[in-house]
Design a protein around this ligand. Structure first.
Ligand SMILES: Cc1cc2nc3c(=O)[nH]c(=O)nc-3n(C[C@H](O)[C@H](O)[C@H](O)COP(=O)(O)O)c2cc1C
Ligand code: SF4
Length: 599
């Protein structure tokens, strides 16, 4: 409920001084900061002059200025004690009193914080306890299933697997299986112990000359810049040991990505880092040179990321180290800017042409997109553009709005971007409904920490999953959420060599590989219990969702899932038909007229 300052002050006046008249007498009845016009009370407007002198003696003066009075008393006692006994111990009291007095005087005279001006010295306790809150909550108050963005249970599972500790769970689930959040996978009466243990997935359409065999779980995009060099090294060596890929993130390929020879997916975002000309536009020659590196297995055009869709980014000049400048191909002494949108294309068809160009320049490596879904018709437009041009993407990775980032505006993280579940289903329908899913593989990212997470996304249409923060946990991240401050306590999200020292590459790489291996074994156990051969055989009906305490549904009874080619043939799902009709290969804007109607 909104309360005006007028109302609040009136309420305070009633509580504190008995009646509204008292507030007028005290000259406190103000509209915002301005005194009420026409009020003749001479005290109004003199507040700043009342300031220091009277604030020490009026309005709860003893409590408000407790630090000053106690310091004076202590100092007086110290001086008296020193004078009468001559013992030097009294100097401690004098020093303490002087220290408290200096603090209080600083607070009284500064103009930035009202609280410190009104409660000199004492107000600092508030900031102190405020800063302790996250630690107290995390270490003392939260239960196993609490904790944001990742619960203790989720993190503990990653830590246990990364350390190679037993991850068996005793005594049954702690989840409330009758809560509306509960979902589960359907097992079979006839498990299949012969299910394929490798569970690899081949990525590469008919137009790709160098298809890639991907793991079902890979290291998601995290830039060199957001993470420090040793963290990138540990992830890359870990990916090599695990047999999965490591996405560079939009900061391009650094020497740390290439040092250990792990498979790399090179992400090309709107800044074209590593393949840009002096104006920041795409440079085909530079791209071809780097894409030819044998470590580069696939190329990913980043359209958006769930934590900050449509947001470019600025790495301030002060943070552009020589290594970052070299990796990104940007000048040392300038802010490094990622624009909000690409300059290489502006329509779905142009995007397909750009993808085809990258495939040619890379010698036929798989080319894909990474995006967080915003408007469903835009995803449908990608399918229409593939049909119109005949160009095929090799893969699309859907990132959920719940995804992570090094730093982003809070509004974008909290309120912009579709969560993974819905975004993945829309992308799956766009590809399946246009008869393209056979060629275009689907990846998914958004809080995947376990084999169950991979399996659930597989049931919704994902061929593989990527994880960013789970792999950060595996190399020691403690979810302190200081990634944007360059003061990461575990040496992961920082460029400070002193902090990076804590992260020993070989030790952490082994943890990456152990976490990956244990998670893949857990996924395999799920596939065995479902009686299927591979995660690719999971279907929406394998996923059940509780919708209230007495009922559950298969996920395809809740969400629409089209059959192959159904969008082209004409679907009965009204909303999907609506999005399909609103989509065009030639523009990302809607081409139906509904959105033009006045509201
Ligand atoms: C520190 C950090 C840096 C990231 N940098 C990028 C990036 O450069 N490009 C990108 O596409 N996504 C980036 N992401 C998003 C992740 O790749 C991923 O899509 C998202 O965090 C969801 O996965 P998660 O829930 O497993 O973390 C970053 C995430 C984190 C935590
Ligand atoms: S430990 Fe904290 S600052 Fe470091 S990566 Fe993890 S969340 Fe970010």
């Amino acid at each position: 409920m909104h309360r005006s300052p007028f109302t609040l002050r009136a309420a305070r006046a009633r509580q504190g001084r008995g009646c509204i008249v008292a507030a007028f007498r005290q000259g406190e009845f103000e509209m915002g900061n301005a005194p009420v016009a026409g009020n003749r009370n001479p005290k109004i407007g003199r507040n700043s002059k009342i300031g220091l002198a009277t604030s020490l003696f009026r309005d709860n003066a003893v409590l408000r200025n407790v630090v000053i009075w106690v310091a004076l008393a202590l100092g007086g006692a110290g001086v008296a004690g020193l004078a009468t006994t001559g013992e030097s111990e009294w100097l401690v009291a004098v020093a303490l009193a002087a220290f408290a007095l200096v603090l209080a005087v600083i607070d009284l005279s500064q103009t930035e914080h009202a609280l410190r001006r009104n409660f000199p010295g004492a107000a600092r306790a508030r900031w102190f306890f405020e800063s302790l809150r996250p630690f107290a909550r995390s270490y003392l108050v939260e239960g196993d299933l609490d904790g944001r963005p990742f619960s203790h249970e989720e993190r503990d599972l990653v830590y246990a697997r990364a350390h190679g500790n037993a991850d068996a769970h005793p005594f049954g689930t702690e989840l409330d299986v009758y809560s509306q959040e509960y979902e589960w996978l359907a097992h079979s009466m006839l498990p299949n112990p012969d299910a394929d243990p490798a569970m690899r997935v081949s990525v590469g359409s008919s137009q790709c000359k160098q298809p890639y065999s991907a793991s079902r779980l890979n290291v998601s995009a995290m830039s060199f810049g957001a993470l420090g060099g040793p963290a990138i090294e540990a992830l890359n060596l870990g990916a090599k040991l695990a047999g999965c890929y490591h996405d560079t993130g939009e900061g391009s390929m650094s020497p740390y990505h290439l040092k250990h020879g792990g498979d790399v997916v090179w992400q090309v975002a709107s800044g074209y880092f590593g393949c840009r000309d002096s104006q920041g536009h795409f440079d085909p020659a530079l791209f071809a040179e780097h894409a030819a590196n044998p470590a580069v297995k696939m190329i990913e055009i980043k359209l958006s990321q769930g934590a900050k869709p449509g947001h470019g980014g600025v790495l301030p000049a002060a943070k552009v180290t020589p290594e970052i400048a070299m990796t990104r191909g940007v000048p040392l002494d300038q802010d490094c800017i990622s624009p909000a949108r690409h300059s290489a294309f502006g329509t779905p068809v142009e995007l397909m042409e750009f993808a085809a160009r990258l495939r040619d320049l890379s010698g036929g490596k798989p080319i894909g997109l990474k995006l967080c879904v915003g408007n469903p018709h835009e995803v449908f437009a990608l399918s229409k553009a593939m049909l119109k041009t005949g160009i095929r993407l090799d893969f699309m990775v859907i990132d959920g709005g719940e995804g992570g980032t090094g730093a982003a505006p809070e509004e974008l993280s909290d309120r912009v971007g579709m969560p993974l579940r819905e975004g993945l289903i829309i992308a799956r329908n766009a590809l399946v409904g246009a008869g393209l899913k056979g060629e275009v593989r689907l990846g998914a990212s958004g809080k995947v920490t376990s084999g169950a997470g991979v399996a659930i996304n597989a049931a919704l249409g994902a061929d593989w999953c990527n994880a960013a923060r789970a792999f950060m946990f595996s190399i020691g991240c403690i979810q302190s959420r200081k990634c944007h401050t360059d003061t990461c306590p575990t040496g992961i999200a920082t460029q400070s060599p002193a902090r990076q020292r804590g992260l020993v590459v070989e030790e952490k790489a082994a943890r990456v590989a152990r976490f990956h291996g244990a998670t893949m074994r857990a996924l395999h156990e799920i596939i065995v219990s479902t009686g299927l051969d591979s995660p690719s055989d999971l279907r929406p009906f394998h996923l059940r969702q509780r919708i209230n305490v007495a009922e559950m549904r298969q996920i395809d009874e809740i969400q629409p899932f089209v059959q192959p080619g159904e969008l082209i043939a004409g679907t009965d799902h009204a909303l999907l038909a609506h999005w399909w009709n609103a989509a065009s290969a030639d523009t990302f804007r809607r081409v139906d007229s509904d959105h033009l109607s006045p509201v």
